[in-house]
Design a protein around this ligand. Structure first.
Ligand code: SAM
Length: 243
Protein backbone atom coordinates (compact mmCIF):
# COMPACT_ATOMS: atom_id res chain seq x y z
CA UNK A 1 0.00 0.00 0.00
CA UNK A 2 1.11 3.55 -0.64
CA UNK A 3 0.01 5.88 2.13
CA UNK A 4 1.25 8.97 0.38
CA UNK A 5 1.74 12.36 1.91
CA UNK A 6 -0.56 14.07 4.31
CA UNK A 7 -1.25 17.70 5.00
CA UNK A 8 -0.55 18.48 8.64
CA UNK A 9 -2.33 21.01 10.83
CA UNK A 10 0.05 23.58 12.24
CA UNK A 11 -0.22 24.90 15.74
CA UNK A 12 2.21 27.13 17.56
CA UNK A 13 4.26 24.33 19.07
CA UNK A 14 4.25 22.46 15.80
CA UNK A 15 5.60 25.51 14.03
CA UNK A 16 8.40 25.78 16.52
CA UNK A 17 9.21 22.09 16.27
CA UNK A 18 9.19 22.35 12.49
CA UNK A 19 11.65 25.24 12.66
CA UNK A 20 13.95 23.32 14.94
CA UNK A 21 14.09 20.22 12.76
CA UNK A 22 14.35 22.17 9.50
CA UNK A 23 17.34 23.83 11.03
CA UNK A 24 19.05 20.75 12.46
CA UNK A 25 18.27 18.17 9.71
CA UNK A 26 21.57 18.39 7.83
CA UNK A 27 23.70 18.08 10.97
CA UNK A 28 21.33 15.81 12.87
CA UNK A 29 23.40 12.60 12.91
CA UNK A 30 26.65 14.36 13.77
CA UNK A 31 25.00 16.28 16.61
CA UNK A 32 23.38 13.13 17.99
CA UNK A 33 26.76 11.47 18.28
CA UNK A 34 28.46 14.53 19.75
CA UNK A 35 25.80 15.47 22.27
CA UNK A 36 25.16 11.98 23.58
CA UNK A 37 28.84 11.04 23.25
CA UNK A 38 27.69 8.17 21.07
CA UNK A 39 25.49 6.68 23.78
CA UNK A 40 22.29 7.08 21.73
CA UNK A 41 23.50 4.08 19.74
CA UNK A 42 23.27 1.91 22.88
CA UNK A 43 19.83 3.27 23.78
CA UNK A 44 18.65 2.39 20.29
CA UNK A 45 20.29 -1.03 20.38
CA UNK A 46 18.36 -1.89 23.52
CA UNK A 47 15.15 -0.65 21.86
CA UNK A 48 15.73 -3.02 18.94
CA UNK A 49 16.31 -5.87 21.38
CA UNK A 50 13.04 -5.27 23.19
CA UNK A 51 11.06 -4.72 20.00
CA UNK A 52 10.82 -8.43 19.19
CA UNK A 53 10.82 -7.51 15.49
CA UNK A 54 11.31 -10.51 13.24
CA UNK A 55 10.96 -11.69 9.64
CA UNK A 56 7.73 -10.72 7.95
CA UNK A 57 6.73 -8.09 10.52
CA UNK A 58 5.13 -4.80 9.61
CA UNK A 59 6.82 -2.05 11.59
CA UNK A 60 6.12 1.67 11.95
CA UNK A 61 8.91 4.02 13.10
CA UNK A 62 7.13 7.25 14.06
CA UNK A 63 9.19 10.45 14.18
CA UNK A 64 11.76 8.24 12.49
CA UNK A 65 13.94 11.17 11.42
CA UNK A 66 17.14 10.04 9.74
CA UNK A 67 16.21 6.39 10.19
CA UNK A 68 18.54 4.78 12.75
CA UNK A 69 15.81 2.39 13.95
CA UNK A 70 14.26 1.94 10.51
CA UNK A 71 17.61 0.75 9.17
CA UNK A 72 17.85 -2.04 11.76
CA UNK A 73 14.19 -3.01 11.39
CA UNK A 74 14.59 -3.21 7.63
CA UNK A 75 17.28 -5.87 8.13
CA UNK A 76 15.19 -7.80 10.64
CA UNK A 77 11.87 -7.95 8.76
CA UNK A 78 13.44 -9.13 5.51
CA UNK A 79 11.80 -9.11 2.09
CA UNK A 80 8.45 -10.36 3.35
CA UNK A 81 8.25 -7.59 5.92
CA UNK A 82 7.73 -3.85 5.68
CA UNK A 83 9.01 -0.83 7.59
CA UNK A 84 7.42 2.59 7.37
CA UNK A 85 9.38 5.61 8.50
CA UNK A 86 6.90 8.35 9.31
CA UNK A 87 7.94 11.88 10.21
CA UNK A 88 6.19 15.23 10.22
CA UNK A 89 9.17 17.09 8.86
CA UNK A 90 10.04 17.06 5.15
CA UNK A 91 13.69 18.06 5.74
CA UNK A 92 14.29 15.22 8.19
CA UNK A 93 12.51 12.78 5.87
CA UNK A 94 14.70 13.84 3.00
CA UNK A 95 17.92 13.39 4.95
CA UNK A 96 16.66 10.00 6.20
CA UNK A 97 15.59 8.83 2.80
CA UNK A 98 18.87 9.85 1.11
CA UNK A 99 20.88 8.23 3.87
CA UNK A 100 19.04 4.90 3.74
CA UNK A 101 19.01 4.77 -0.04
CA UNK A 102 22.76 5.55 -0.09
CA UNK A 103 23.28 2.52 2.09
CA UNK A 104 21.37 0.34 -0.29
CA UNK A 105 18.17 0.02 1.73
CA UNK A 106 14.82 0.75 0.22
CA UNK A 107 13.00 -2.33 -0.98
CA UNK A 108 11.04 -2.89 2.20
CA UNK A 109 11.06 0.72 3.48
CA UNK A 110 8.45 3.39 2.82
CA UNK A 111 8.65 7.05 3.79
CA UNK A 112 5.51 8.88 4.83
CA UNK A 113 5.12 12.47 5.97
CA UNK A 114 2.67 12.27 8.84
CA UNK A 115 1.81 13.81 12.17
CA UNK A 116 1.91 11.37 15.08
CA UNK A 117 -1.42 12.80 16.24
CA UNK A 118 -3.33 11.55 13.21
CA UNK A 119 -1.62 8.62 11.61
CA UNK A 120 -2.80 7.84 8.06
CA UNK A 121 -2.92 4.07 8.53
CA UNK A 122 -5.70 1.51 8.92
CA UNK A 123 -6.75 -0.06 12.24
CA UNK A 124 -4.93 -3.18 13.49
CA UNK A 125 -2.16 -2.85 10.92
CA UNK A 126 1.29 -3.00 12.58
CA UNK A 127 3.12 -5.65 14.61
CA UNK A 128 5.46 -3.13 16.22
CA UNK A 129 5.45 0.66 16.53
CA UNK A 130 8.37 2.72 17.80
CA UNK A 131 8.76 6.40 18.56
CA UNK A 132 12.30 7.38 19.56
CA UNK A 133 13.02 10.86 20.86
CA UNK A 134 9.86 11.98 19.14
CA UNK A 135 7.02 11.96 21.66
CA UNK A 136 8.25 15.01 23.55
CA UNK A 137 7.83 17.07 20.38
CA UNK A 138 4.22 16.02 19.90
CA UNK A 139 1.65 18.58 21.01
CA UNK A 140 -1.22 16.28 21.98
CA UNK A 141 0.53 13.21 23.36
CA UNK A 142 -2.63 11.49 24.62
CA UNK A 143 -4.18 11.71 21.20
CA UNK A 144 -1.01 10.41 19.54
CA UNK A 145 -0.78 7.42 21.91
CA UNK A 146 -4.44 6.56 21.26
CA UNK A 147 -3.87 6.64 17.54
CA UNK A 148 -0.86 4.33 17.93
CA UNK A 149 -3.05 1.87 19.85
CA UNK A 150 -5.63 2.01 17.07
CA UNK A 151 -3.23 1.03 14.28
CA UNK A 152 -1.40 -1.70 16.23
CA UNK A 153 -2.54 -5.29 15.71
CA UNK A 154 -3.88 -7.03 18.80
CA UNK A 155 -0.79 -8.53 20.46
CA UNK A 156 1.36 -5.82 18.91
CA UNK A 157 3.66 -3.63 20.94
CA UNK A 158 4.60 0.02 21.23
CA UNK A 159 8.07 1.16 22.29
CA UNK A 160 8.65 4.74 23.39
CA UNK A 161 12.29 5.76 23.74
CA UNK A 162 12.57 9.19 25.29
CA UNK A 163 14.48 11.42 27.66
CA UNK A 164 13.15 11.01 31.16
CA UNK A 165 13.88 11.89 34.75
CA UNK A 166 17.33 11.05 36.14
CA UNK A 167 16.95 8.70 39.07
CA UNK A 168 19.63 10.14 41.32
CA UNK A 169 20.07 13.77 42.45
CA UNK A 170 23.71 14.04 41.41
CA UNK A 171 23.01 12.79 37.90
CA UNK A 172 20.09 15.16 37.78
CA UNK A 173 22.32 18.17 38.58
CA UNK A 174 25.07 17.16 36.18
CA UNK A 175 22.55 16.52 33.47
CA UNK A 176 20.71 19.82 33.93
CA UNK A 177 23.97 21.73 33.74
CA UNK A 178 25.00 19.75 30.70
CA UNK A 179 21.77 20.26 28.81
CA UNK A 180 21.37 23.97 29.51
CA UNK A 181 24.97 25.00 28.93
CA UNK A 182 26.82 22.38 26.90
CA UNK A 183 24.01 21.58 24.47
CA UNK A 184 23.33 25.14 23.25
CA UNK A 185 27.10 25.75 23.17
CA UNK A 186 27.72 22.72 21.00
CA UNK A 187 24.71 23.65 18.89
CA UNK A 188 26.27 27.03 18.20
CA UNK A 189 29.75 25.69 17.66
CA UNK A 190 28.95 22.76 15.34
CA UNK A 191 25.63 23.66 13.81
CA UNK A 192 25.61 27.47 14.05
CA UNK A 193 22.34 27.30 15.95
CA UNK A 194 22.04 27.59 19.73
CA UNK A 195 18.27 28.25 19.87
CA UNK A 196 17.32 24.84 18.51
CA UNK A 197 19.48 23.16 21.10
CA UNK A 198 18.05 25.32 23.85
CA UNK A 199 14.62 24.12 22.71
CA UNK A 200 15.95 20.58 23.02
CA UNK A 201 16.94 21.13 26.65
CA UNK A 202 13.59 22.77 27.45
CA UNK A 203 11.55 20.04 25.80
CA UNK A 204 13.47 17.42 27.76
CA UNK A 205 12.80 19.17 31.06
CA UNK A 206 9.08 19.48 30.28
CA UNK A 207 8.60 15.88 29.24
CA UNK A 208 6.59 13.56 31.54
CA UNK A 209 8.65 11.40 33.91
CA UNK A 210 8.71 7.59 33.85
CA UNK A 211 5.59 6.94 35.93
CA UNK A 212 3.54 9.66 34.23
CA UNK A 213 4.31 8.35 30.77
CA UNK A 214 3.49 4.83 31.92
CA UNK A 215 0.10 6.07 33.10
CA UNK A 216 -0.47 7.93 29.84
CA UNK A 217 0.18 4.74 27.89
CA UNK A 218 -2.24 2.83 30.10
CA UNK A 219 -4.89 5.52 29.61
CA UNK A 220 -4.41 5.22 25.86
CA UNK A 221 -5.28 1.53 26.13
CA UNK A 222 -1.91 -0.22 26.44
CA UNK A 223 -1.45 -3.23 28.74
CA UNK A 224 1.50 -4.63 30.67
CA UNK A 225 3.28 -1.30 30.39
CA UNK A 226 6.77 -1.32 31.85
CA UNK A 227 9.85 0.83 31.51
CA UNK A 228 13.59 0.43 31.64
CA UNK A 229 15.80 3.26 32.77
CA UNK A 230 19.05 3.76 30.93
CA UNK A 231 22.00 5.98 31.85
CA UNK A 232 20.47 6.54 35.33
CA UNK A 233 17.10 7.52 33.95
CA UNK A 234 18.40 10.19 31.57
CA UNK A 235 16.56 8.06 29.04
CA UNK A 236 13.77 5.52 29.54
CA UNK A 237 12.36 2.89 27.25
CA UNK A 238 8.62 2.28 27.79
CA UNK A 239 6.95 -0.74 26.32
CA UNK A 240 3.24 -1.59 26.20
CA UNK A 241 1.06 -4.13 24.42
CA UNK A 242 -2.28 -3.91 22.70
CA UNK A 243 -4.42 -6.79 23.89
N1 SAM B 1 13.77 8.80 15.82
C1 SAM B 1 14.95 9.50 15.33
C2 SAM B 1 16.12 9.20 16.22
O1 SAM B 1 15.92 8.64 17.30
O2 SAM B 1 17.26 9.53 15.87
C3 SAM B 1 14.71 11.01 15.22
C4 SAM B 1 14.41 11.74 16.49
S1 SAM B 1 14.37 13.49 16.31
C5 SAM B 1 15.03 14.04 17.85
C6 SAM B 1 12.67 13.89 16.46
C7 SAM B 1 11.87 13.73 15.19
O3 SAM B 1 10.48 13.89 15.49
C8 SAM B 1 12.17 14.77 14.12
O4 SAM B 1 12.55 14.13 12.93
C9 SAM B 1 10.87 15.55 13.96
O5 SAM B 1 10.63 16.01 12.67
C10 SAM B 1 9.85 14.51 14.40
N2 SAM B 1 8.55 15.04 14.86
C11 SAM B 1 8.34 16.11 15.64
N3 SAM B 1 7.03 16.29 15.89
C12 SAM B 1 6.38 15.28 15.24
C13 SAM B 1 5.01 14.91 15.10
N4 SAM B 1 4.04 15.63 15.68
N5 SAM B 1 4.71 13.82 14.36
C14 SAM B 1 5.69 13.11 13.75
N6 SAM B 1 7.01 13.40 13.85
C15 SAM B 1 7.35 14.48 14.58
Amino acid sequence: ADFGYQEVPYEEKQKRVAGVFDSVAAKYDLMNDLMSMGIHRLWKKFTIELSGVRKGHRVLDIAGGTGDLTLQFSRLVGDEGQVILADINASMLKVGRDRLLDRGYGGNIQFVQANAESLPFPDNHFDVITIAFGLRNVTDKARALKDMARILKPGGRLLVLEFSKPTNPLMSKVYDAYSFTALPFMGKLFAGDSDSYRYLAESIRMHPDQETLKEMMENAGFSDVEYHNMTSGVVALHRGFKL
